[in-house]
Design a protein around this ligand. Structure first.
Ligand SMILES: Nc1ncnc2c1ncn2[C@@H]1O[C@H](COP(=O)(O)OP(=O)(O)OP(=O)(O)O)[C@@H](O)[C@H]1O
Length: 281
C-alpha cells in the first residue's frame, strides 16, 4: 500500500511487521538551509527498500544522519529497536556491529589489499586471531562472488564491479542485519549492475538481510526492491511498490516512473508483471 506522509501516518503500515529502522520527525539543516523537514520512514525486516529522489534532495544526507555522520536538528531514529542517543559507548559499538555500509564508489582504503580492507571492521570491533580473520575474509570474498586471488589485490588492480563487490564484502564483514548501500550500481555497465542486483537479492535471501539502498537505477528498483520510498519536498513523499509509484500523482514521481527511460523497463498498465524482489517478508 502506498503511503503519503501527509495523508496518513507511516505507523499504520507497520502492523505485524518488524520495523528495523524507524525515523520520526527527522529534521536536518545546514545553517538556515533545511534539507529534511520532519521526515518519517520505516524499513521492515527482510526487505530491500529502494530510496530515490531527485539529485540534491537529501538522500545521502539522510543516510549519513542515520549513520550518525551528520547531526540532526530534531526527531528520533531507532535502529533495530534502539535509539543511539540513549546508548552508552559499548552499547553503541554493539549496535554499530549489526550495521553494514557500502558507500558510493566503494570507499576502499587504497593502501590495503581486499582482504585487509575486509578485515578493517574486524580489527576495529573484534579481537580475533589472524588466522581466523583470514578465514573470515576469504569467506566474505567467496560470498560476494569474487575469485580467491582477489584477496591480495589492491583496489587499483580491480575493475569497477570488483570494487563494488569488495566493498560489499567489507560491509558484510561483521555479519550485519541491516545494510546501507549508497548507489551500489552506479558506474557499472548494465550487465554488471544486473549481476550486482542479483547478488544483493541472493544475499538478502540467504543471510536474511534488510537492505536500505539509495539508487537512481530504475532496473534495480524494478528487479530487486520490495518497496520504494521517494524523497521530495524535504520528506518521504510516497512509499510503496512500483505499482504504487505508477499510481502516484506528483510531477517528479510521474516523470521518473513513467518517463521515457522508465517505459522501457516498467510496464505502465499496472497489470501483471514479473515479481519485484523475492518477497522476503
Ligand atoms: N555538509 C554539508 N553542508 C552543507 N550542505 C550540505 C552538506 N551536505 C549536503 N548538503 C546539501 O544538502 C542537499 C542534499 O544533498 P545530498 O547529497 O543528500 O543529495 P542527494 O539526494 O544524495 O543527491 P544525489 O542524488 O545527487 O547524490 C544539497 O543541497 C547539498 O548541497
Amino acid at each position: 500500500m502506498a503511503g503519503s506522509v501527509d495523508e496518513q501516518p507511516i505507523e499504520s503500515e507497520g502492523q505485524g511487521r518488524d520495523v528495523v529502522l524507524s525515523a520520526r520527525d527527522v529534521t536536518v539543516a545546514f545553517g538556515s538551509k533545511v534539507v529534511l523537514d520532519n521526515l518519517n520512514l520505516d524499513i521492515y525486516r527482510g526487505e530491500i527498500l529502494g530510496f530515490v529522489g531527485a539529485s540534491g534532495t537529501g538522500k545521502s544526507v539522510l543516510m549519513r544522519t542515520v549513520l550518525r555522520l551528520l547531526p540532526r536538528r530534531s526527531g528520533t531514529i531507532k535502529i533495530l529497536g534502539q535509539d543511539f542517543d540513549e546508548l552508552n559507548e559499548p552499547q553503541r559499538n554493539a549496535l554499530d556491529m549489526r550495521l553494514g555500509v557500502l558507500f558510493q564508489q566503494g570507499a576502499l582504503f587504497s593502501s590495503l589489499t581486499v582482504k585487509e580492507n575486509i578485515q578493517v571492521p574486524m580489527r576495529e570491533y573484534l579481537d580475533l586471531p589472524r588466522s581466523l580473520m583470514d578465514e573470515l575474509a576469504h569467506l566474505k570474498i567467496r560470498m560476494v562472488g569474487l575469485a580467491a586471488d582477489a584477496a591480495d589485490k589492491y583496489p587499483s588492480e580491480l575493475s569497477g564491479g570488483m570494487i563494488k563487490r569488495a566493498a560489499l564484502a567489507r560491509a558484510l564483514a561483521l555479519d550485519p542485519e541491516l545494510v546501507f548501500l549508497d548507489e551500489p550500481t552506479s558506474g557499472l555497465d548494465p550487465i554488471g549492475a544486473a549481476e550486482f542486483d542479483e547478488l544483493i537479492a541472493n544475499l538478502r535471501d540467504s543471510l536474511g538481510l534488510t537492505v536500505y539502498m539509495v539508487t537512481h537505477d530504475l532496473d534495480s528498483l524494478f528487479s530487486v526492491c520490495d518497496r520504494i520510498a521517494v524523497l521530495g519536498k524535504k520528506r518521504v513523499m510516497v512509499e510503496g511498490t512500483i505499482d504504487d509509484m505508477l499510481a502516484y500523482d506528483d510531477p517528479w514521481v510521474r516523470a521518473y516512473f513513467k518517463g521515457k527511460r522508465a517505459r522501457s523497463i516498467v510496464p505502465q498498465d499496472n497489470g501483471a508483471r514479473p515479481g519485484n524482489g523475492s518477497g522476503g517478508k
